[in-house]
Design a protein around this ligand. Sequence first.
Ligand SMILES: C[S@@+](CC[C@H](N)C(=O)[O-])C[C@H]1O[C@@H](n2cnc3c(N)ncnc32)[C@H](O)[C@@H]1O
Length: 457
Amino acid sequence: MTKGHVPTPPKLAERVVAAVFDQHPPRADDRVLYPGCGTGPFAAAVERVCDEMGLPLPEGVGVDTDPELIDEVKQRDLAHTEFHQRDVLDCGTLSDQSFDYILGNPPYVPIERLSSEEKDRYRSQFQTATGRFDLYLLFFERAVQLLSDGGVLSFVTPEKFEYVGAAEALRQLLTTEGQTVETIRHIEQDAFGELITFPAVTTVRRASSESEPETRIELRDGTTHSVVLPDNGESWASTVRGANLEGMETGVTLSDVTERISPGLATGADSVYVLQREEVPEQVDEQWRRPTVGGSQLPAFRPTETEKLFVCPYDSSGNLATESELGTTATWLSEYSASLESRSCVEKGKRWYAWHETPPMDDVLQPKILFRDIAKEPVFYSEPTGEVVPKHSVYYAVPEQNVSMADLLDYLNSPQVRAWLEANCQRAHNGYYRLQSRVLSELPVPTELASTYQATL
Ligand SMILES: C[S@@+](CC[C@H](N)C(=O)[O-])C[C@H]1O[C@@H](n2cnc3c(N)ncnc32)[C@H](O)[C@@H]1O
């Protein structure tokens, strides 16, 4: 199957081309490359736009790895362009050429869909092939290499290269001396139907700017502003959204729509209380086992199949069971009594098998949203079963009863919230964000989310 063929709607291709040619009108001897040209929407858009704007047609080269698409596009009457079946990411291809324009919609192919051979080859040839990279990042890098001096590239891609860790090297590349990110336009979410979430059109010019290079930003709500993007690879999210973050204020915050936002449970001895699911001894009765999850397991989190279980000596109201209620579970715990007794909470008067912190089970055993206490890229996960007792490294937020969990989760994982968190959370030394409840409580939430809740007050 073709890698990442998501056709661009003709009107969108036309908007991309018109915006580029409006700022940088072509001459007849200019050359334009359509990388991953598919069935040619950008080449067709160039012909229409040049015709409408009374501009000369540049010379085009369209390349795609898919022979069927190349056959198809050759049938179209796109006379200014020659089409070839070529691999743009093969650094030998086109290496003796340069282009004044590079226009397109590169393939979005996550690393999971690449073979080991492809991953190795890309990692050795592209500086942007780091971490969990995606092919469109490499298309950006290749396009920058193929631009002539003063040349312009404009790509439609997911906007997340602005902030994901895997695109750090690309952000650095696009902001090094010699390149200017001229514009980033966040286009309508439905520009590709359901296919791409949060698309953006990014235009980069190969030219040094004398002063600090400014980037014009257009956001989905129609506001525009100019920014200087960070040039050290750090996320652009809060810079790109800048003034727009103020527009998030609604007077309603996350604390208004949740019953609790807290770190998970501290036992003071996770090495005793947390066990691999398959290693829990029979002595620990079912009644005292609770599924749990720690920060590092969250990315693969499945609420009904957590890897780990807590040995939890508390009942579902949060009362510590007596030793006789615990029975063989207490016998098993007593094997570790020396280390359990040495915990500071026991010195301060707690029972030898109590947890460091008494779990507020009424809240914990609710459907909830989980997130890491410290993260490079904040992600929020759904825990709809209400059975998982999170470890201390995982925060949990319990939505008020009438707040839609799905809507709240979508909102929390939106780029706008990402930008807000980046602007407001404390930074750890390694560039990670601390998602403390104090800060999260202040997160503005849309009134629609709160209205279902308020309507029932
Ligand atoms: C997202 S689609 C866009 C197609 C077309 N540009 C459009 O806008 O409708 C990406 C295209 O890139 C092509 N492609 C994927 N990997 C490629 C590579 N390494 N070199 C050239 N083309 C590639 C796919 O076959 C696909 O047609």
